[in-house]
Design a protein around this ligand. Structure first.
Ligand code: GDP
Ligand code: ZN
Length: 461
């Protein structure tokens, strides 16, 4: 495939001082040559691939020196996009970087759309769709663990698994063909029947296993939406502050991402907590008072985790009991705070109300019990599976939807086999399953979907 040459500013994560103007396409190197002057004159077109060159960016019309740079020359196809790639490393701040970009555009490059570099990598066959999506997840990852998941997916872990499943279905379909072509052989049919059940069951089990990781996968990717509730003065703000201070808060307003709302994230042992309505807790103390009973019910309902705070040195009140009532059946950790003060609370009653959900005692004033709380949070979501990095998680909503449909079709196929429906009907279900799995890696996806997926990316990626 051949495309025009694209360019964008792409700043590496966590490195504010350096900005990179990246170009990709057939003209990338000659465009760079037209504005580059090395101390000892050279043509980038002639240098070895994957080398770095020092020099100046010069405006060819005014001959004015714009910026001192290092230029990386990477010739296709051994590049991220499989095209010729140029990276102009600038250090002079946003204004000069923009000037360099402008020059590059004047020389014939086109400003890249968000995600267009990654899209090219996909279109040129360098990566599949699930890997491309992982690039975006990686940019947005909120914890190391989330980053590992994205990296695993980018390396193609999910793709490999999906491809293996598709291969199995394909082999099964081949056997079915034989059966359709030679129906007179009874033993072929007998074999086919057994083999079908066995293969379809094994594919179904694998899809199920993947789907089981989706809950955790989604949490890693999007954060666990967490609400702190409790009566006034029990220590909600103190809890919030202690969580934010103990755990590096994660800033999520990466420039250029589509996320507009700045949310507060904390990383509790690899579990990203998205603290909902923290402003409410900080300012008015009472979420119900601030946003009304109905809204706060809604907020509670949508939360993944509730932290209910009680006062150790106070009797349980009617209000406390009502809060327990409001969060029935949800993931809750009960925090009994102020253990440094004399006990008045009935802990047995608290245990009863908690209905088996974890109860942790703390003195936030004396910084006691926060460790236990963090253990409770992480074990609630990653039972026994401390590292998690080696697991193939699915976290992408699109993948989850496709896997769910694929599982349904394989179940239909199995039902059909059991019920003795004609084998070519079973074949239809299996084929559909094969197609659905294909959509995860980008086989048989419509162009419009591809455009939509890539438009969510950051610029310059
Ligand atoms: P909120 O109204 O639920 O947000 O409660 P705050 O976090 O604002 O705390 C109310 C008061 O209780 C403040 O004066 C805190 O310093 C105090 N407090 C919080 N945690 C503890 C604790 O563990 N022990 C004691 N003795 N006081 C605490
Ligand atoms: Zn407070």
């Amino acid at each position: 495939m051949e495309f025009d040459t694209i360019a964008a500013i792409s700043t590496p994560m966590g490195e504010g001082a350096i900005a990179i103007v990246r170009l990709s396409g057939n003209e990338a190197i000659s465009i760079a040559d037209s504005i580059f002057k090395a101390p000892a004159p050279k043509k980038l077109r002639e240098v070895a691939t994957h080398t770095i060159h020092y020099g100046n960016i010069v405006d060819p019309e005014t001959l004015q020196v714009i910026e001192e740079v290092m230029i990386s020359v990477m010739k296709g196809p051994k590049t991220f996009t499989r095209e010729d790639v140029i990276e102009i490393n600038c250090h002079g701040g946003l204004v000069t970087v923009n000037k360099v970009l402008q020059l590059v555009l004047n020389q014939g490059a086109r400003l890249a759309e968000p995600g267009e570099f990654t899209k090219r990598a996909f279109l040129n066959g360098r990566i599949d769709l699930s890997q491309a999506e992982a690039v975006m997840d990686l940019i947005r990852a909120k914890t190391d663990r989330a980053m590992n998941v994205a990296l695993g997916q980018m390396e193609g872990r999910l793709s490999k698994l999906i491809k293996r499943l598709r291969q199995e279905i394909l082999e099964t379909l081949a056997h079915v063909e034989v059966n359709i072509d030679y129906p007179e052989y009874d033993d072929v049919e007998e074999m086919t029947h057994h083999m079908l059940i066995e293969k379809a069951t094994s594919v179904k089990t694998e899809i199920q296993k993947l789907l089981q990781t989706s809950q955790q996968g989604k949490i890693l990717r999007e954060g666990l939406s967490t609400v702190i509730i409790g009566r006034p003065n029990v220590g909600k703000s103190s809890l919030l502050n202690s969580l934010v201070h103990e755990n590096k808060a994660i800033v999520t307003d990466i420039p250029g991402t589509t996320r507009d709302v700045i949310e507060e994230y904390v990383n509790v042992r690899g579990v990203p907590l998205r603290l909902v309505d923290t402003a409410g807790i900080r300012e008015t103390e009472d979420i119900v008072e601030r946003i009304g009973v109905e809204r706060s019910r809604q907020v509670l309902k949508e939360a993944d985790l509730i932290l209910l705070v009680l006062n150790y040195s106070d009797d349980l009140t009617h209000e406390d009991e009502q809060l327990f009532e409001a969060i029935k059946g949800m993931d809750v950790i009960v925090i009994v705070n102020k253990t440094d003060l004399p006990q008045k609370i009935d802990l047995k009653r608290v245990q009863t109300l908690a209905e088996g959900r974890p109860v942790v005692t703390t003195s936030l004033l004396e910084e006691q019990g926060v460790d236990e709380l963090e253990t409770a949070i992480s074990s609630l979501f990653f039972e026994g599976n401390v590292q998690g990095g080696d697991l193939t998680y699915v976290s992408n909503t699109r993948h989850i939807a496709l896997l769910t449909q694929a599982k349904k079709t394989i179940e239909d196929a199995l039902d059909g086999i059991e019920a003795g429906v004609p084998i070519d009907i079973v074949q239809i279900d299996l084929t559909r399953c094969w197609e659905l799995l294909g959509e995860i890696v980008g086989d048989s996806v419509q162009e419009s979907l591809i455009d939509q997926l890539f438009s969510q990316f950051c610029l310059g990626k």
